[in-house]
Design a protein around this ligand. Structure first.
Ligand code: MG
Length: 299
């Protein structure tokens, strides 16, 4: 069997015929939010329904990093290496300081609670961009069922003045997001509403130097499945979750190929010593595949 499906011959240069899609750990319920810590040689990821953040290391395998995690979902690191976490249960975004204490970055807008922050990226200027769909408050599965009080948007938090600004406001349910290499473009996935047939596509928005966001344009529609989470590589390709695995999409929005994964994929992140390994969170398991490209995200 092959772990890959080559749709455009270009994809062939990014994958190794003898590199497996390897299951590293399993037994979870719905995993998400992978983030690589090269300095600790480990990956953190969220097991959302079980209210915990897990740690996986090639040296010691899997262990619990934080429980309760307040139903943590998406995670990343800021430019100083600190963990940034989206929490459904507390409806907030937090930063874990280097001494371990937790700082709340944002938990409300316009005097009303956020919905359930889902995924997060940090720009090189230190601003923190996160999506705030309502998935974590729709049911008691990934948080606490509650009334929605703010629209589902992408916010930008600026630590220089502690401001929180809605940036992408034309989506039903913004979910995964990532910047292009030069940060002039922001990719955002709309995964529609869980129980309806609403928009499910990725859009790309121009971002100016002052962080103002222009009008979005269609980028790509994942099929089958949705683009819950994704990362960008050094060639500008977008590696996105899909129902049948991970799809590699060119900067022009063309599907180049697939990494086939036996479970529904939620998100990915690059890791390993050269950011050449793709870590894949997929329903009950964590997978990894070595690629012939390198991830963009820092640190
Ligand atoms: Mg997500």
């Amino acid at each position: 069997m092959s772990f890959f499906e080559i749709i455009d011959p270009v994809f062939g240069r990014y994958v190794l015929g003898n590199a497996p899609v390897k299951q590293l750990a399993t037994g979870f319920d719905w995993v998400e939010g992978p983030v690589w810590f090269g300095d600790a040689n480990c990956l953190l990821f969220s097991d959302i329904p079980n209210n915990r953040i897990m740690r996986w290391s090639p040296d010691t395998g899997v262990s619990t990093y934080r429980a309760p995690s307040h139903f943590a979902n998406g995670q990343t690191r800021d430019r100083e290496g600190r963990l940034i976490t989206c929490e459904h249960g507390t409806r907030r975004v937090t930063r874990t300081e280097l001494d371990g204490h937790i700082t709340v970055i944002a938990d409300q807008f316009d005097g009303k609670p956020l919905n359930s922050p889902n995924d997060v990226v940090v720009k090189s200027d230190g601003t923190i961009w996160f999506s705030d769909p309502h998935y974590g408050i729709m049911t008691n599965y990934e948080g606490f069922k509650a009334e929605q009080e703010n629209p589902c948007v992408v916010y930008c938090f600026d630590p220089r003045d502690d401001s929180l600004t809605p940036m992408v406001t034309d989506m039903n349910c913004p979910n995964g997001l990532a910047f292009s290499a030069d940060e002039s473009q922001l990719y955002v996935a709309d995964t529609g509403r869980m129980f309806e047939d609403d928009p499910q596509h990725m859009r790309v928005y121009p971002v100016a130097d002052d962080n103002s966001v222009g009008e979005g344009a269609h980028f790509h529609k994942i099929a089958p499945g949705v683009s819950d989470g994704f990362r960008v590589d050094v060639d500008g390709n977008v590696w996105s979750s899909a129902a049948d695995g991970v799809h590699c999409i060119s900067p022009e929005g063309k599907l180049l190929g697939k990494i086939l994964v036996p479970e529904l994929v939620s998100n990915v992140c690059f890791g390993g010593r050269a950011k050449h390994e793709l870590y894949i969170t997929a329903t009950t398991s964590l997978y990894r595949v070595t690629l012939v490209t390198n991830g963009l995200q820092t640190p």
